[in-house]
Design a protein around this ligand. Structure first.
Ligand code: MF3
Ligand code: CO
Length: 248
């Protein structure tokens, strides 16, 4: 069932999104060689507490942290750790913020120090693919129009689209219907209606899209060890076009 949100409900989700965006801006200033992703995770816990919000991912299906921290070949759901980030790494920080029962979800990939031209290309194209998808998030289009636009853009720039993790509707639950794949044919799937709120969160890889899961049961890595990036926003479908609730 697709849960349509009222304008008041979207306004509540936007408040959660504003806290999330502010948190990402802080993280952007913290990332440097030598910091650990566990330090970032602890910062996020404190930041959300100070803003009277909670980290929805913590305890979700047993997930143990406030954030996911996915370094280099990790696609998503990496555990924050005591290992320091190194010059040239890339790291995706993903979190879901709960403010008064309403959620917002956003992931961002950060460069640590100076990254290679290839890593920069991966980050740039992945971020652009998110906005190419958002452009399609308008009343009357179908989910497949978002999916297809992202896949075409990514593949035309030599990157592959992860299949096993996809976007989703969101509200008072982290994962609502419909699902939002980042690949597939256009003009298919549910039609977009005013009041739908979805995430668009492409994960693009330099190599193959296949992945493997670590022994921890969560960490998803590229099968070939090539690097992966991800950018994610929470978006409301409105009369005035896509409204990004997590814009930094
Ligand atoms: N933020 C992720 C998403 O886009 C969810 C992370 S999985 C969790 O759906 F279990 F860690 F929450
Ligand atoms: Co999400």
């Amino acid at each position: 069932m697709i849960r349509i949100k009222t304008q008041e409900e979207i306004a509540k989700m936007k408040k959660a999104g504003e806290i999330l965006a502010a948190c990402h801006r802080e993280i952007a200033g913290m990332i440097h060689p030598g910091i650990t992703t566990l330090e970032i995770d602890e910062f996020v816990e404190g930041f959300l507490k100070r803003h009277h919000a909670t980290p929805e991912q913590k305890g979700y299906h047993g997930y143990p942290f406030a954030t996911c921290a996915s370094v280099n070949d990790v696609i998503c759901h990496g555990f924050p750790s005591k290992e320091t980030l190194k010059d040239g790494d890339i790291v995706t920080i993903d979190m879901v913020v709960n403010l008064d029962g309403w959620l917002a979800d956003s992931a961002w990939t950060y460069a640590v120090g100076n990254v290679s031209a290839e890593a920069k290309h991966l980050m740039d194209v992945t971020k652009q693919s998110l906005y190419v998808g958002i452009e399609q998030a308008v009343i009357g289009n179908r989910i497949g129009d978002i999916s297809h636009a992202i896949q075409s853009f990514a593949e035309s720039h030599g990157l592959s689209v992860v299949r096993d993790f996809i976007g989703h509707a969101i509200g008072q639950q982290m994962h609502e219907e419909p699902q939002v794949p980042h690949y597939g044919p256009p003009h298919r799937g549910p039609r977009l209606k005013e009041g739908m709120v979805i995430t668009i969160e492409p994960m693009l890889n330099l190599g193959v899209y296949d992945l493997k899961i670590d022994a921890d049961g969560w960490t998803a890595r590229t099968a070939d060890g090539e690097w992966s990036a991800q950018y994610e926003h929470t978006i409301a479908i409105t009369q005035n076009g896509p409204l990004i609730l997590t814009e930094q």
